[in-house]
Design a protein around this ligand. Sequence first.
Ligand SMILES: [Fe+2]
Ligand SMILES: [Fe+2]
Length: 405
Amino acid sequence: MNIYDNHHTRPYGVGLAYRYPVHDQALEHRDEIDLLEISTEDYIVRERRIHADPYEEKLTEALEVFPAVAHGLSLSIGTVAPLNEYYLHATKQFLEDNHLTVFSEHCAFHSVDGNDLTMFLPLPFEEASVQWIKQNYYAVRRELERPFALENVTYHFPIPRGSLSEAEFLKRLTEETDCTLLLDITNVFNNASNHCYDPIEFFETVPMDRVSQMHLAGGHKTDDGKWEDSHSRPVMEPVWPLFEEAVKRAVNCEIVILERDSRMDPFDSVLHDIRRAREIFYSIRPEKSGTGKPTDMEQGSGETFPDDPAFLELKGFQRCLMARITSAEYREFFQHNPIAACAEFGLANSEWIEKLKECDPAEMEKLANSWDYIQNDDAKIGEAYEKSEWEAWADQLAQEEAVSG
Ligand SMILES: [Fe+2]
Ligand SMILES: [Fe+2]
């Protein structure tokens, strides 16, 4: 039997992004949850794994009960730099060990020059980004030995002077690769509200027949009136009619996942959103349609030209943008002399320099403040992690001793 020929091969219905603290509640309500989405980070990033389910006992139980799909977070597929081979290999191993077929990642970038913002940065909606992601998509596809879905993300501000709209950008990606789309409806709502575009027009441009999965998540409005995808509240009311519209249009979408990372107690508030999503989904799609599932897509290939001048410019742009967020010194330099500051990263193209100069200053400041905050927080987390590492070792040794008698 093929190792992928199991109940994870082709999950269908409305499910939950699995978080170990609600393991028992999820199992209790198995009749209302069709599938789980497993965050691969929780099992391949040691700091997270150790706090979650170090021996994967809960995961094993959950995967026996529920069909599941996998969702990655750290790939930063849009960054013009070599992919993290270790991370990719660990992802492949995780998928194989757990016999998971369906995988998705974010169409985004967040990690540059060793600095991981852990928040998605806005991708420049340009042909150069399409071509770069195409290369990385095929590199990942080759390693994982399967096509996968790319997810639209909430971004803080659009990069100025974009030659493509976000919807056109996603469309170009589906033209250039055999990826499917994981359409996060909350992110569509957030971006449409925050950046003033019509979500229905967005649906009209994006190739909805290439949508294989959808996400729903709750967010909140920040003090400056912008929506954030905090994954900490019920799905916002205006997202529901958009979801219904999207399910009608995305005829090949077979998977819907509710994402909630915190405030999962009472679990009934999570179930409430799942029930509502099921009602909508099953009224439109009572059974599998199936023509768009990733494994049906044609095998593709991507040629690699990392030294293409367009990629070097995109890389220079990304490095400048990140340095403006992570370094107060560079920020000042850029403000004083943007041309010289860009030259430091080999960027001389005036169009890219203008884009950098015109990035929303308030949003750039917010990102810089978040970075500073994360840095302080990281120091504390580092100490706590070291302590928990020792505790985990002690725990492991005790277990091994108990087994050996
Ligand atoms: Fe996601
Ligand atoms: Fe999402």
